[in-house]
Design a protein around this ligand. Structure first.
Ligand code: ZN
Ligand code: ZN
Ligand code: FE
Length: 773
């Protein structure tokens, strides 16, 4: 070994996403490769390396640090010489002390890596077809962790004792499985089992016979519940019409799209358009569901595609991301499987065998499970790529939780907790300048979801070692989350109410570091407004904690309240009444209580007022006869978007409908008037203008209206940054149009990308607002 020379002892600090991503083992391997001695440790200011060796070797070592493991992202490397330091022999990883580790050190789950995939499919490998193969670059992390630090005894792998071969890999710094906590093999690791739910079979099959039995049952049209990394999926052959129909019936899910898992990229490319960015997302370690645009001729290749995502321009697709999935595809004759969350309607995803047997009997025919417990459930993440925006989360869970979203600054008011929205709930904790959005919890309207919320909240506060000093909740007094937040007062925390749409815009400010006033447009389904009305088409200016409402969609009635969000023909009537148009345009059969609903509107009986852009989409879809009732949220809006997209590019109108925005007489916010828009649409329907043209112009109208209102704000208030948020902006056509038109007018545009634009972003917006007050 070369003797270290004077001045050749350096202290290197590496910052970025470098903790809990296999970075220290990587550093140790690299150091040994370059014959560097020293130590590496995780600290609160990053990874600290003490390196000793000849200067040229240290230089090569530092250069090598940039070629990081797949999950790591180095943002800074600085090194300072250490003058007098004792000579260190060899290179070692300094164990983390419990005091210094936090969720920062707890990595997210990672999809099967290429090296493990090769071994998995190599008949001469000792892990050939072993469904739990993993290494430092891949495998479960967050979902198996019970407590920190992230070490094997603290994970659900603690009950599996490594065999001598696995242990040797684990101890060998030059091995890919050095310190890979879930390391396992067929001799010592978890086992997969297969059982029938009804009629019950005597004993479950295990190992490879379990995999073959499951593949065989799927091929014959059965519904199989499959245990994955973060919970159970309900799966069936996505090319089998009757299996899909059975799944829809048993899940009471008549039309809501199902995500599919496809064997490989080539198969995906045959039915969907895949851009280079979408390709990267599909094959990333996060391996999310990517919403891909269906090819026009997709039905020839996959005849069931309309049954999988009816009336939708997109299909949610992912690649096999666990070794178990990979083995399944290698075993069965299928190329495409439905993979939908294994739960009963509105409940959180099942994650253990007891609840799967109890809650999925009657839905699934069989269970493919394994004995590696899931400690933290985590649904699949969903992303989409939007022109002019890039990748955007629709749901942020597996593969990204518990990674932080970096805040613009640290606040002395923290740590803060945002308890989130009522629907698509997540909560969000802050620690220093980092925020930690939780996994997707779901709709907080049932006991199971509330239990999931409480349990996750307890674990997150422990992982992060934070005790919130300020807790933000929705303005709505009756939400379960509001009650949960209030209970925090007993522990001395402050609580604050944050209006739903304020939280939407604040979330954009938080993730983009916007600390100066913005023009914010929050377009969504519904949220409780400050004036007691139902909001959802709002324009604000200001900074988080101090937003002023400057404009909103004109209020219209929702006859029947919540009923109107499902029976959207009621909204059609409301819009027509509002614009003084004949109701015949709707062509409603006699059975519909048209007169009664009109009377409700006129007499203001059970007809709350709303300014919701989401409900406007519903109403326009009803006018165009796309549907009269919806079976899930945003169904009508998705159908309207698809209709517009059917229009060939060269026949898309370059101008929208008339949509004036007029000042309020009493000096309140301006009002975006609906009547002219509705009158124009009705005239086009009467004039037999193709409905695709009307749908296109409607999208264009909203985008133009956003630009017009933003231009007013720029003129009167000198603002030029626009923030867009809310579930309506999941509409890719609307979002890309709005972004393009705004940029063309010189605006800076920010939209949610690290958290979803839907209510999944509310908790971050609440927490950030709480830190600003
Ligand atoms: Zn691997
Ligand atoms: Zn082993
Ligand atoms: Fe919302």
């Amino acid at each position: 070994m070369s003797r270290p020379l004077k001045g050749n002892s350096v202290r290197i600090t590496v910052t970025g996403v470098v903790q809990g991503v296999g970075f220290r083992p990587f550093v140790a391997r690299l150091a040994r490769h370059h014959h560097i001695s020293g130590t590496v440790a995780n600290t609160s200011s990053g990874v600290i390396i003490h390196a000793q060796g000849p200067a040229h070797r240290i230089a090569a070592f530092v250069t090598g640090l940039r070629k990081t493991p797949p999950r790591a992202r180095v943002t800074g490397i600085s090194s300072v010489p250490v003058s007098s330091s004792p000579r260190i022999r060899g290179f070692s990883i300094v164990a983390s002390t419990r005091r210094t580790v936090t969720a920062v050190d707890l990595p997210a789950d990672s999809a099967l890596c290429p090296a493990c995939r090769r071994e998995l499919n190599d008949p001469s490998d000792r892990r050939y077809r072993y469904p739990f193969i993993n290494c430092t670059d891949c495998g479960p992390r967050y979902t198996i962790t019970r407590t920190l630090p992230y070490d094997r005894p603290q994970t659900t792998m603690r009950s599996f004792h490594m065999c001598s071969v696995c242990q040797a890999e684990y101890d060998d710094p030059s091995n890919r499985r050095f310190h890979a906590q879930p390391n396992a093999c067929p001799a010592c690791g978890p086992t997969v089992f297969f059982e029938r739910l009804a009629p019950k079979a005597a004993a479950p099959l295990s190992g490879d016979s379990a995999m073959r039995a499951a593949a065989g049952r799927i091929a014959r049209g059965s519904l199989v519940a499959i245990k994955s990394i973060g919970g159970y999926h309900l799966s069936c052959d996505a090319e089998n019409r009757s299996a899909i129909a059975t799944l829809r019936r048993r899940k009471s899910r008549p039309r809501k799209p199902f995500a599919v898992m496809m064997a490989d990229l080539r198969q995906i490319g045959r039915i969907c358009h895949v851009s280079p960015l979408e390709h990267r997302l599909l094959t990333s370690p996060q391996a999310p569901i990517v919403l891909l645009r269906k090819r026009l001729d997709a039905g020839r290749i996959l005849p069931t595609i309309e049954q999988l995502a009816p009336g939708n321009a997109y299909l949610g697709v992912m690649l096999p991301y666990t070794p178990l999935h990979e083995v399944l595809f290698r075993t069965g004759p299928f190329n495409c499987l439905v993979m939908t969350s294994g739960n009963r309607q509105d409940e959180p995803i099942c994650h253990d065998e007891v609840s799967a047997r109890e809650r999925l009997t009657g839905i699934a025919d069989c269970l493919l499970w394994h004995d590696r417990p899931i400690h933290n459930r985590c649904d699949d993440s969903i992303v989409q790529v939007v022109e002019g925006v890039g990748a955007q989360f629709i749901r942020r869970s597996r593969g990204s939780v518990p990674e932080p979203v970096v805040l613009p600054s640290q606040s002395r008011a923290g740590p803060a907790l945002g308890v989130g929205a009522e629907l698509k709930n997540t909560f969000c904790l802050t620690r220093g300048a980092h925020s930690y959005p939780s996994a997707y919890i779901g709709d907080l309207d049932n006991d199971e979801s509330l239990r999931f919320f409480r349990e996750s909240h307890g674990r997150f506060t422990r992982f992060l070692q934070v005790k919130p000093r300020v807790v933000a909740h929705d303005l709505h007094p009756d939400y379960l989350s509001t009650a949960f937040a209030r209970r925090y007062r007993a522990s001395g925390a402050r609580t604050i109410a944050v209006q739903h749409h304020h939280a939407h815009i604040a979330s954009v400010c938080a993730e983009h570091g916007l600390t100066r006033p913005v023009i914010g447009f929050a377009f969504d389904g519904t949220g409780f407004g400050i004036d007691g009305a139902v909001w959802g088409g709002e324009c604000f200016t200001g900074v988080p904690g101090r937003f002023e409402r400057r404009a909103h969609l004109e209020y219209f009635a929702l006859p029947g309240g919540d009923q109107a969000t499902r029976e959207i023909w009621r909204i059609g009537i409301s819009l027509l009444r509002h614009a003084n148009q004949e109701l015949r345009v709707l062509r409603l059969p006699r059975a519909y209580a048209v007169n009664a609903v009109s009377a409700m509107i006129d007499q203001r009986i059970n007809s709350p007022l709303c300014s919701s852009a989401g409900r406007l989409f519903d109403g326009v879809a009803a006018l165009l006869g796309l549907m009269r009732e919806t079976t899930f949220e945003a169904e009508a809006a998705m159908a309207l978007e698809r209709l517009a997209l059917m229009l060939p590019i060269d026949s898309r109108p370059k101008i929208g409908y008339n949509f004036p925005c007029t000042p309020d007489e009493r000096g309140g916010p301006s009002v975006m008037r609906l009547a002219p828009l509705i009158r124009d649409i009705v005239a086009d329907i009467r004039g037999n203008v193709p409905h695709a043209v009307i749908a296109w112009r409607f999208h264009r109208t909203l985008a133009e209206m956003i630009v017009r209102v933003a231009s007013d704000m720029r003129k009167t208030r000198g603002l030029k940054t626009v923030a867009l948020s809310g579930g309506v902006f999941q509409n890719r056509l609307l979002l890309s149009l709005a972004v393009r038109l705004l940029k063309a007018r010189g605006f800076t545009v920010a939209v949610n990308t690290q958290v979803p634009p839907n209510d999944g972003c509310i908790s971050l917006g609440q927490a950030w607002t709480a830190l600003q007050r």
